[in-house]
Design a protein around this ligand. Structure first.
Ligand SMILES: Cc1cc2nc3c(=O)[nH]c(=O)nc-3n(C[C@H](O)[C@H](O)[C@H](O)COP(=O)(O)O)c2cc1C
Length: 172
């Protein structure tokens, strides 16, 4: 088993640090991509410090692309987990948009993708987002959560990121 963990810029992205620790404790091999916007919330240094891994984020990375690194990252895993998954990353995937490293690897992958969505309840309930989620599911991808509860914005409803302890059990 090898997990490609993709971290996107929900306010809940700090919980990805706990997921990394869980993956490490289970001695599962992994690589990490973080979207550039994730670094508005948690630093690359922090993710690298916890994971002891290089954090991939740039599509146009000259060192990596000598070996067409984005295709290698997309293929050299058994599972792709997007934790947390923003409305943006889900919707880009549903439409085949490849405008950064994370979205390009997701489209270049031949594996099912496990999304753990995290967003405001109105974002989650938005029919456009629901349509995009359905489209991903119809194409063989999976959604873990979201939970219902208190949200970072102070509201209560559906859109809360599932706890990191719930992720690995859901991988088929
Ligand atoms: C304080 C703050 C919190 C945010 N939390 C979320 C969130 O929980 N879920 C979400 O879908 N977008 C959230 N966003 C918006 C995303 O960061 C934004 O859509 C971004 O473009 C997504 O980029 P990415 O998917 O490449 O990481 C938040 C933005 C801010 C400023």
């Amino acid at each position: 088993m090898k997990i490609l963990l993709i971290i996107s810029s929900s306010v809940g992205c700090y919980k990805a640090l706990d997921l990394i620790r869980i993956i490490q404790k289970k001695e599962i091999d992994f690589e990490i991509i973080a979207t550039k916007n994730t670094f508005q919330f948690i630093s690359k240094l922090l993710i690298e410090g916890i994971s002891k891994k290089k954090i991939y984020s740039e599509l146009f990375d000259l060192d990596m692309e000598q070996n067409i690194g984005h295709i290698e990252l997309a293929r050299s895993n058994t599972h792709i987990v997007v934790y947390p998954a923003t409305a943006n990353i889900v919707s880009k995937f549903a439409y085949g948009i490849c405008d950064d490293l994370a979205s390009t690897c997701m489209i270049a992958s031949n594996k099912p993708i496990y999304f753990a969505p995290a967003m405001n309840k109105e974002m989650w309930a938005n029919p456009l987002i629901q349509k995009n989620i359905k489209s991903c599911e119809e194409n063989g991808h999976f959604f873990i959560g979201p939970d219902t509860g208190s949200l970072a914005c102070g509201e209560y409803g559906s859109g809360r990121l599932v706890e990191p302890t719930e992720i690995l059990d859901q991988l088929k």
